[in-house]
Design a binder for this molecule. Structure first.
Ligand code: SER
Length: 333
């Protein structure tokens, strides 16, 4: 694996995506513009919504970027080894894609960057995909499963498909884990049944890095343990809600998002995201100011490191404290 600084990692991602035809757009502000749905920009796709809904993007149909994100919904998880409120999300979008090859194009791109460019060990990569739903009348994502299977085979790994992860975990050698819409469906509303008419969504395929190879064999990518670190999500946005049905979109979209700090954790052989270079200087300063070692109080250190970082980026984007809705916007921003 190639150890990289955060800047090298950012550059590697953007250069790679540009090399296969994407145009780069800058990160949007953490304070969403013309979008009252959330207080802060929480994902790379948020500023892309108009284009995912069909508006033409001024610079083209293939876009890559690194978006500053702030997810307050994760705030209670901060303190463990992998959750952050503020993080950088790498993204790749393809609008109005060709339905015959858009999944292959995305999986090829993301496999080649992680495995070939960064040198991440494919033996430690695990995948999840959509198992299908009779109730929703949406089929299993056999296409994505097939493409990932070919990838694993190409590096001599048997792509065993586990369709009952909750019962068997990794004990049957699973590499590709199938889950229902609670795990492997992405839309803004969260669940397919809550999607309003006209809203696009679709099955997704998440990528996980095994932090403890040979660990508890009943763990699996969606289990609550620190063994599997989610490092990215490929959304195949190919359905639109119509009345109570889901209809296939003729020109689907790709919405990929990956966690830069988590990828750095995997790449640098760490288990703790706060041991990556993103946090080294603030951690040193905090130890100096508190007179304590990081290991003296991991949870408190992590919470302070995360929250100070989030507040710093918010202030930089023009936020100031307020106690109601988006009262945080400074005049002039
Ligand atoms: N929209 C997906 C997510 O936020 C992938 O970008 O996880």
């Amino acid at each position: 694996m190639v150890k990289m600084t955060p800047d090298e990692l950012r550059k590697s991602y953007i250069d790679f995506m540009k090399g296969i035809g994407a145009s780069q757009v800058p990160s949007s502000s953490l304070l969403p513009e013309n979008d009252p749905s959330t207080l802060f920009t929480g994902s790379g796709m948020q500023p892309m919504v108009p284009y995912l809904l069909g508006e033409k993007h001024p610079i083209g149909n293939e876009i890559a970027n690194i978006q500053k994100c702030l997810r307050t919904v994760d705030i209670d998880e901060v303190g463990d080894t992998s959750h952050l409120t503020f993080f950088e999300m790498i993204g790749r979008w393809e609008f109005k894609a060709n339905e015959n090859n858009y999944k292959k194009k995305q999986i090829d791109a993301i496999w080649n960057w992680h495995i070939i460019e960064l040198g991440i060990d494919p033996g430690r990569l695990y995948i999840s995909a959509f198992i299908g739903s009779d109730d929703l009348n949406i089929q299993k994502d056999t296409e994505a499963i097939q493409i990932w299977s070919e990838k694993f085979k190409s590096v001599g790994i048997e792509p065993i498909i586990e369709d009952d992860p909750y019962k068997y975990g990794t004990s049957r050698g699973g590499k590709i884990f199938l889950y229902d819409e609670k795990e492997n469906w992405w839309c803004r509303a969260g669940s397919p049944l809550d999607m309003p008419v006209g809203e696009p969504g679709g099955p997704d395929s998440e990528m996980f890095y095994d932090l403890e190879p040979g660990g508890d064999s009943l763990d699996h990518p969606a289990s609550v343990s620190e063994r599997f670190l989610e490092i990215g999500n490929n959304v195949f946005m190919c359905y639109k809600k119509e009345d109570t049905r889901f209809v296939k979109m003729q020109n689907p979209n790709i919405d990929y998002g990956g966690g830069l700090e988590r990828i750095a954790t995997a790449l640098n052989g760490e288990k703790d995201i706060y041991n990556t270079a993103f946090f080294l200087n603030p951690k040193k300063k905090l130890m100096e100011l508190s007179g304590k070692q990081y290991t003296d109080d991991l949870k408190s250190f992590r919470i302070i490191l995360d929250h100070v970082r989030a507040a710093t980026f918010l202030i930089n984007d023009g936020a100031e404290p307020a106690n109601s809705d988006a009262g945080y916007k400074q005049e002039g921003y």
